[in-house]
Design a protein around this ligand. Structure first.
Ligand code: SAM
Length: 208
């Protein structure tokens, strides 16, 4: 089956799972997920599952990528987003299909380098990458309308709350490795409103 047909089937599956935002479904239908995994795993790339990408890390499950992206969009459209945890670069590519500028931070150098090369090769010139500890955000470029964190920590890093623009939204898994609650934080003036979006399973957010 062609990768295009596989993507169409994945989109159908995400719709069955309750994803409704057409921008998210179109983006998942457009990004070549098989390019973001090792060639040996390419035949599994359009299954709705997380897959290993080396260095003990994973490319997230498409349903979770879709849910997190939808959670960012529910507060309205946005032009710029910060992602913490570039990993393979897949979530960054999905966001790049939807918005003008994606900033993404990865702490593991080889993953940062590989994702950068691939995103450039695939023509995602609206993604800017940085290698660093993303728990500190990207202070020079903040504040951000949206922040999404694709690794889970025991608490929400203060720097990320502070780098939210007024009305901005942060989506982050919080809790022990492999069993976290997905939290959406909305900044309202000097208040931060938190809501739970359900349970998820992410690799740990590692602070240096
Ligand atoms: N968004 C990724 C994708 O689409 O492939 C999935 C990423 S994987 C589940 C989580 C990533 O977060 C890993 O690559 C890990 O190295 C990275 N990470 C963990 N702690 C981090 C930190 N403090 N700063 C930046 N990246 C971090």
């Amino acid at each position: 089956m062609t990768s295009e047909r596989n993507r169409k089937r994945l989109v159908d599956r995400l719709m069955e799972e309750g994803i409704v935002d057409q921008r998210v479904l179109r983006a998942i239908g457009a990004v070549q997920r098989h390019r973001f995994v090792d060639e040996a795993l390419a035949n599994m790339a359009y299954r709705d599952t997380a897959l290993p990408i080396g260095h003990g890390q994973t490319i997230s499950q498409p349903l979770i990528v879709a849910r997190m992206t939808e959670a960012l969009l529910e507060a309205g459209p946005f032009e710029r987003v910060l992602e913490v945890g570039t990993g393979s670069g897949y979530q960054a590519a999905v966001l790049a299909e939807i918005t003008d500028q994606v900033l993404t931070v990865e702490r593991i150098r080889p993953l940062y380098q590989r994702a950068g090369r691939l995103l450039r090769e695939l023509g995602y010139h609206n993604v800017r990458l940085r290698q660093s500890d993303g728990s500190w955000g990207w202070p020079q470029l903040g504040p951000f309308e949206r922040i999404v964190v694709t690794a889970g920590g025991s608490q929400i890093p203060e720097a990320l709350r502070e780098q939210l623009a007024p009305g901005g939204v942060l989506v982050i898994p919080v809790g022990p490795s492999g069993r976290q609650e997905l939290i959406r934080v909305t900044r309202q003036g000097s208040d931060w409103h938190e809501e739970s979006l359900g349970l998820v399973s992410f690799v740990p957010l590692v602070s240096d």
